[in-house]
Design a protein around this ligand. Structure first.
Ligand code: BDR
Ligand code: CA
Length: 309
């Protein structure tokens, strides 16, 4: 039986790869896609999700627009990573289908409350939509199996010294989610910086030849430019980790630990404070993922993109 999931994303190059990985999987059944302001403004992230899906021929799954701003803060975006459109690199067509006529929260409520099986949420952007769902539809909480998210880190940030981008953008939302009691898998920078793809692997994806593989390689060409400037050898494939953990958890290593979100710190706002030594005495609330079998992860992605040929 396939695991029913909702992808909540802000495409974004790595979000686009996460979507393609999820839709190609025999283990996952993507019931809906919701978008959020993050890497770019919410109008662009919605359009990007729909353009990628249209390009890949996925036009029968509802896609709904979510929050344009964090719960209480101004939106921060990341054009230096993802470009002005949020998805620079390949030429993508305009969407070939209409978005769901209602909001992300209404779509998530419909899917979660009407499903016989509990739903797994896969957020790969700021957690604004997920927090809003839990605030406005509290009965949805018991119908959520798990949240497998990309965000945070146990050691050091990427947008400030302490905070990773997705959590930094909306720490109040992240705080609500981490305190919700729902089982959480946190694929943070600890693992995603080990999930790098290198130039020869991008070429191997391109030479698979299918139109999705070629488009993915063009996305990765753009993504690599930013990371090379920062001194990375490859590009960290952050968001696909949150999906791959659901497909092949055996590729990953994690520890069950307590995580708090810093919402007030002068230098540390948006930090995920991971209690590695159990000093808080608080019950673990998160599977903190910190390592993976990188080559097998890249192979999973390559095989998944090939399925679209
Ligand atoms: C996260 O921030 C975004 O730029 C990426 O899409 C990823 O979700 C990494 O910090
Ligand atoms: Ca993202």
């Amino acid at each position: 039986m396939k695991k029913p999931i909702i992808m909540d994303c802000d495409p974004g190059h790595d979000d686009a790869l996460a979507l393609l990985l999820a839709f190609a999987s025999d283990e996952l059944d993507v019931k809906a896609v919701t978008t959020v302001g993050g890497n770019q403004t919410s109008d662009k992230t919605l359009n990007n999700a729909m353009r990628v899906l249209s390009y890949a021929g996925i036009t029968d799954v509802p896609v709904a627009p979510g929050a344009s701003h964090p719960l209480i803060r101004e939106l921060q975006i990341a054009p230096e990573v993802h470009g002005e459109s949020g998805l620079e690199g390949p030429e993508l067509p305009e969407p070939s289908f209409a978005s769901f006529g209602k909001s992300a929260i209404e779509l998530m409520e419909k899917v979660i409350m009407s499903s016989e099986e509990k739903i797994t949420l896969v957020p790969t952007g700021p957690l604004t939509n997920i927090a809003t769902l839990l605030l406005t539809i509290p009965e949805s909480k018991d119908r959520i199996e798990r949240i497998s998210l990309m965000g945070g880190s146990a050691v050091g940030g990427n947008w400030t010294p302490a905070a990773e981008f997705n959590i930094l953008v909306d720490p109040e939302a992240a705080d609500l989610v981490f305190q919700s009691g729902i089982p959480i898998t946190m694929c943070g920078l600890d693992v995603t910086h080990k999930a790098q793809i290198y130039d020869d692997e991008i070429e191997a994806i391109r030479s698979q030849g299918g139109k999705v593989s070629v488009m993915v390689a063009e996305l990765l060409d753009f993504f690599a430019k930013f990371h090379k400037k920062l001194g990375f050898e490859g590009s960290p494939l952050h968001d696909p980790c949150a999906v791959a953990w659901l497909i092949k958890p055996e590729l990953f290593t994690s520890k069950h630990l307590h995580v708090d979100i810093e919402t007030k710190g002068e230098f540390t706002s948006g930090a995920t404070v991971v209690d590695y030594r159990g000093v808080t005495g608080k019950d673990p609330n998160t599977d903190v993922v910190y390592d993976l079998e990188r080559k097998a992860f890249i192979q999973l992605l390559m095989d998944s993109f090939k399925k679209y040929d």
